[in-house]
Design a binder for this molecule. Structure first.
Ligand code: MRU
Length: 350
């Protein structure tokens, strides 16, 4: 089951095409970014969002930027490329995939230093495009590993959007749900709306509806109610960064869902590619948490819902301690505690 939308793509004319996620679900509009600045802006304003999707988009943005560097001197070329990479990496600090995508291109450029400048530029484009195709393959593999954990029938709760829109296609958490459905399991999904930016209501609900997977939208504060009534069998979410010990940064509100799941004896699974692991961090306290603008909380869309002048806190992510995570599903297999052993082992296989 492939989606009938394209999250991010390199066009034949050499630009980056994105579905504008700020316009969904009411309008399906594609934007074309012709410069690295336009790509940077699209990531910052969340026209494209979701950890793997911004990793691929950032790589394509850097490939775009590389085409504008005019020098035959590799050192000068690389210094300019690194500066562009730093700009991209500053847009959204929590999802490690973004830095991973940029570093992958920088490493390729370093290795290609003996090639002609035009060849290096072409190699960067080819690598960014390969990352897009690879991401879809990775998500399908993750889906296979993850779907075996879901019972039949299963009522699955998910938070935020970890679907095709958050990746190059197919999705991580939603990929697990898709794969279970494709395997013939009877799946229904509880979709948390995910305040403040409503990725669940706007994006996951839209994707699942288009995929024909039964889904029921709830507000975030309803999850406990349905768990207490025995109407949730399993929770599956995505991740933006996972520390070596298995602590998981994901969309704000994920931690509360994990606590609720544990209190009700419901398995809590995280689906994420190996590129979301940050084995350099010993635990989740070292993960930088992005703080976003207050108007995302004081407003719903264009509509003000809080008095002007009220102080606002708006962390975009929280950290779920590894002790609340029953398994981490990757493209290389399923990791269980102790994660500081299982995650490096899986990463070594990747
Ligand atoms: O702020 P967002 O919308 O980029 O946050 C996205 C999430 O938190 C997702 O759950 C995460 O990136 C995993 S996506 C496969």
């Amino acid at each position: 089951m492939a989606e009938d939308f394209v999250t991010v793509a390199w066009t034949p004319s050499g630009s980056v095409r994105l579905i504008d996620q700020t316009r969904l679900p009411t309008e399906e509009v594609y934007i074309e970014c012709r410069t690295i600045e336009e790509v940077t802006d699209a990531i910052r304003t969340m026209r494209v969002r979701g950890a793997p999707a911004i990793g691929v988009t950032a790589a394509m943005g850097l490939a775009l930027g590389a085409q504008t560097i005019q020098t035959e001197n590799f050192k000068e070329f690389f210094t300019a490329l690194e500066a562009m990479g730093s700009l991209l990496m500053r847009t959204r600090p929590t999802a490690v995939n973004l830095a991973w995508g940029v570093r992958r291109l920088l490493n390729l450029a370093r290795k290609s230093r003996d090639l002609a400048q035009a060849e290096i530029k072409a190699a960067l484009v080819a690598e960014a495009r390969a990352m897009q195709e690879e991401d879809i393959r990775i998500n399908r593999a993750m889906g296979q590993h993850g779907q075996s954990l879901l019972p039949d029938p299963a009522r699955v709760l998910t938070h935020c959007n970890a679907g095709g829109l958050a990746t190059a296609g197919y999705g991580t958490a939603v990929g697990v749900i898709r794969a279970a459905t494709e395997a013939g399991k009877r799946i229904m999904v509880w979709v948390d709306e995910t305040r403040p930016l409503l990725q669940g209501a706007r994006l996951t609900a839209w994707e699942l509806q288009r995929a024909g997977i039964p889904a029921t939208l709830i507000t975030d504060n309803m999850a406990g109610h349905f768990m207490a009534r025995g109407q949730v069998d399993v929770v599956v979410v995505g991740a933006d960064r996972i520390a070596r010990n298995g602590d998981v940064a994901n969309k704000i509100g994920t931690y509360s869902v994990a606590l609720l799941a544990r209190a009700h004896g419901i398995p809590f699974y995280v689906a994420a590619p190996i590129s979301t692991l940050d084995l350099s961090l010993t635990d989740g306290s070292q993960i930088p948490i992005e703080e976003r603008a207050p108007d995302e909380v004081t407003h719903i869309g264009e509509h003000r819902v809080a008095p002007a002048g009220i102080r606002v806190a708006n962390p975009a992510f929280d950290v779920t301690p590894a002790s609340f995570v029953d398994a981490i599903i990757t493209e290389c297999g399923v990791a269980r505690a102790p994660y500081d052993v299982s995650l490096p082992r899986l990463a070594g296989e990747a």
